[in-house]
Design a protein around this ligand. Structure first.
Ligand code: OSB
Ligand code: MG
Length: 368
């Protein structure tokens, strides 16, 4: 049971404006372009996936366009009309296609959704999830000013357990410390997105007393030695996001001592199948792990929430309400926060569907 033959894969390329600009020292995102995936099987069951690459290569080498090309030319053709006994078997078909992990991820995830729907089980239960309430965490971007102080208070009042702030060349560690200390019931993460390549290790060390629960990606993705040095010189745990592109990179965190906390981005590393392997690495090597966001719509969010139900996760991920980023998310029902948590649904699969009216409204290209 659960066996499926893929008959068709449909793509919807959409571009949706964000409520507020999302700015880091790398890029300001105002509109989110993305590819939504419908994987149809011979019984007419539909699994949903979402490609989380961005319009330009500011965060990863892959972009919406490279993913579109890989999907249409290479990945979709090897899946159509094939029968699978399990979603993890898609990877075997992809083995001769190098890289393109973000493009592969949206198909892998669509297959997991399809498989769970066919079994009539919520994906989180199929994966072996043990919690049906997921702690909410939000990312706030911008300098530490009056707006940020009230945004942190609003997040706290809305029930968020954790706030992640971006660190750039203008972030003053003493001001950050003051902000962190003003809300001692909130957990604070600081995400540097590699800014200390420019500012240096001594500048990073000034953030060690800011009261952050962890510092995410201080240096660039290939800077393993710099991260190892930072770990040795600092008390604040170092968490790696961009550096963890694969299972191999997750293993390297342990062998190199470059960090103690993995940021898992399923949509970036190849999907749920790869994510489960990284979770296993974390478990075997005593690395903490949490799930990072990609300014996603509800499909990617639902896949991430299902994984977050697994016992290995000990820190709140980038799980904000749909109305944090979006006036309109083309997926329903929306993610809502109640008393600081998101309740996982009992519906089969990832438990969400496309709002076809909104997909049509924001559509810029499609493929079938
Ligand atoms: O570095 O974690 C990051 C969003 C886009 C690209 C990179 C990052 C982010 C975030 C997560 O910070 C935002 C979210 O989806 O909640
Ligand atoms: Mg990050």
């Amino acid at each position: 049971m659960g066996r499926f033959t893929i008959t068709e894969i449909r793509l919807y390329r959409v571009s949706v404006p964000l409520k507020n600009h999302f700015s880091t020292h790398l890029q300001t995102v105002t509109d989110r372009e993305s590819i939504l995936v419908e994987m149809v099987d011979s019984d007419g069951e539909i699994g949903l996936g979402e490609c989380v690459a961005f319009s330009s290569p500011w965060y990863t080498e892959e972009t919406v366009q490279t993913c579109w090309d890989a999907l249409v030319n290479w990945l979709i053709p090897v899946l159509v009309d094939k029968e699978f006994i399990h979603p993890s078997a898609l990877n075997d078909e992809f083995s001769h296609i190098k890289g393109n992990r973000m493009a592969k991820a949206c198909l892998d995830q669509a297959a997991w959704d399809l498989f769970a729907r066919k079994k009539g089980l919520p994906l989180w239960k199929l994966l072996g999830g043990i919690r049906h309430e997921i702690d909410a965490g939000v990312v706030l971007t911008g300098g530490i000013d009056d707006w940020m102080v009230s945004a942190v208070q609003e997040a706290r009042d809305a029930g968020y357990k954790r706030v992640k702030l971006k660190i750039d060349e203008n972030t003053n560690p003493m001001e950050l410390k003051k902000l962190v200390e003003s809300s001692d019931d909130l957990l604070f993460f600081g995400d540097a997105n590699g800014i200390f390549d420019k500012l240096g290790l001594e500048a990073l060390i000034k953030f060690d007393r800011a009261g952050l629960a962890l510092i995410e990606q201080p240096f660039g993705e290939d800077e393993w030695e710099m991260h190892t040095e930072a770990v040795q010189r600092m008390v604040t745990p170092i968490s790696l996001d961009e550096s963890v592109r694969s299972v191999r990179d997750a293993k390297r965190m342990e062998t190199s001592g470059a960090g103690s906390v993995i940021v898992l981005k399923p949509g970036r590393i190849g999907g749920t199948t790869e994510a489960l392997k990284v979770i296993q690495i974390a478990k075997e090597n005593d690395l903490a792990i949490w799930i990072g966001g990609m300014i996603e719509f509800g499909i990617s969010k639902a896949h991430n929430l299902a994984l977050a139900s697994l016992p290995q996760f000990s820190l709140p991920g980038d799980f904000s309400a749909s109305d944090h980023f979006w006036h309109e998310d083309p997926v329903e029902p929306p993610v809502v926060i109640e008393n600081g948590v998101i309740h996982l649904s009992e519906r089969p699969g990832i438990g969400v569907i496309l709002d076809k009216g909104l997909v049509e409204k924001y559509l810029i290209d499609s493929y079938r």
